[in-house]
Design a protein around this ligand. Structure first.
Ligand code: NAD
Length: 250
């Protein structure tokens, strides 16, 4: 049902973004991938998905502008690129703060402001922002990430209100822990910050929050993104959808 639609998914060379890109492609959308990684692997992904790839560092304004220029007009914009750093607030490196706010929040502002004119002109558009359970509640040692994701929720609501008259919706998807490289890579830092073993971090920090006691699978996020693109979801806007195994219900 998405044939004829062009979808840009940031951070789609890996993890959740790749699953979202696959799901949109499976519904017929033309997909534009973005993100870093091994060149040969990205070329293989482009072949598999019939996609193009635009590389850009989205922590920088010029990178965001280059991405939107390279991607061309898009009907579906999925702001998904993100990074994490785990550290007590007093030791939190200021440059990490800037990078995380830049990638997880400011980049979405830039891509949205550059994508919106086409969506308004055609009278149809979907903005989907990958936020996090950390857009609703906090965990210690993630000052920048929590701040960025809470901010992304506010940005999404604002865009939803502004664009409601134009057939454009904007929503957040807020996963709990999804088994991706982003989660795997923060385990050593969390072990250090909390003085725990790997097993303790997985069971007592990560999955302890999810009543289902299961990691979310990337494809589950892809399925929700597809739903948000349906015409039946035209009145779903300004919402923040939890896919967190019950974490934020408590
Ligand atoms: P991931 O590390 O697997 O993928 C991150 C993607 O972002 C990659 O494609 C990477 O190349 C890209 N990226 C990294 N730095 C970039 C930069 N400077 N410029 C452009 N692109 C860059 O991560 P993931 O787990 O799939 O996370 C995707 C999103 O989901 C993030 O916004 C993350 O905060 C959010 N999220 C993840 C989880 C989880 O448990 N994995 C939970 C909640 C929210």
């Amino acid at each position: 049902f998405l044939s004829g639609k062009r979808a840009l998914v940031t951070g789609s060379t890996s993890g959740i973004g790749l699953a979202v890109a696959r799901a949109l492609r499976d519904e017929g959308a033309e997909v534009i991938l973005s993100g870093f990684g091994d060149e040969r692997e990205i070329a293989a992904l482009c072949d598999e998905l019939g996609a193009t790839h635009v590389a850009a560092d989205l922590t920088r304004l010029e990178g965001c502008e280059a991405l939107m220029e390279g991607a061309g007009p898009v009907d579906i914009l999925v702001n998904n690129a993100g990074m994490q750093h785990v550290s007590p607030v007093e030791d939190f490196p200021p440059e990490k703060w800037d990078l995380i706010i830049g990638l997880n929040l400011t980049a979405a502002f830039h891509t949205i402001r550059l994508a919106v004119p086409h969506m308004k002109a055609t009278g149809w558009g979907r903005v989907i922002n990958t936020a996090s359970a950390h857009s609703k509640v906090a965990s210690p040692f993630k000052a920048a990430y929590n701040a960025a994701k809470h901010g992304l929720d506010g940005l999404t609501k604002t865009v939803a209100l502004e664009l409601a008259p134009y057939g454009v919706t904007a929503n957040c998807i807020s996963p709990g822990y999804v088994w991706t490289p982003l989660v795997e890579n923060q385990i050593p830092d969390t072990m250090a910050a909390r003085g725990m073993t790997r097993e303790q971090v997985v069971n007592d920090v990560l999955l302890v929050k999810q009543a289902t006691r299961k990691f979310v699978q990337p494809a589950e996020i892809g399925a929700l993104a597809v739903f948000l693109c349906r015409d039946e979801a035209q009145n779903v806007t300004g919402a923040n959808w939890s896919v967190d195994g019950g974490w934020t219900a408590e």
